[in-house]
Design a protein around this ligand. Structure first.
Ligand code: ZN
Length: 92
């Protein structure tokens, strides 16, 4: 998430983990609304397995530092919209 002022290092790291096994944070754009979701995966997307499980939950606050993510979204609208578009295929 280059060029984006994140709330904390863990959040930034988790955004770079989109599509990987474990927890990640994915920005999502639905028409004019931009938000973050916490995503969990049993396998990497590239991994071949009998069954892939995943979940996705929209979040308002950073799960690690507790900051309100709305400020982050407001300050980085353009960059986040690009990132959401780029990672669309990973969203549920
Ligand atoms: Zn944070």
């Amino acid at each position: 998430m280059k060029n984006i002022n994140s709330c904390c290092d863990t959040f930034l790291w988790k955004v770079s983990e989109i599509g990987k096994k474990g927890l990640s944070i994915i920005p999502i754009k639905e028409s004019d609304i931009l938000y973050f979701a916490l995503q969990g995966r049993s396998h990497d997307v590239s991994e071949v397995a009998d069954k892939h499980s995943m979940f996705q939950q929209a979040i308002r606050f950073c799960p690690w530092c507790g900051k309100d993510l709305q400020n982050l979204i407001t300050e980085n609208k353009i960059e986040l919209a690009k990132l959401a578009e780029l990672n669309k295929k990973y969203a549920l």
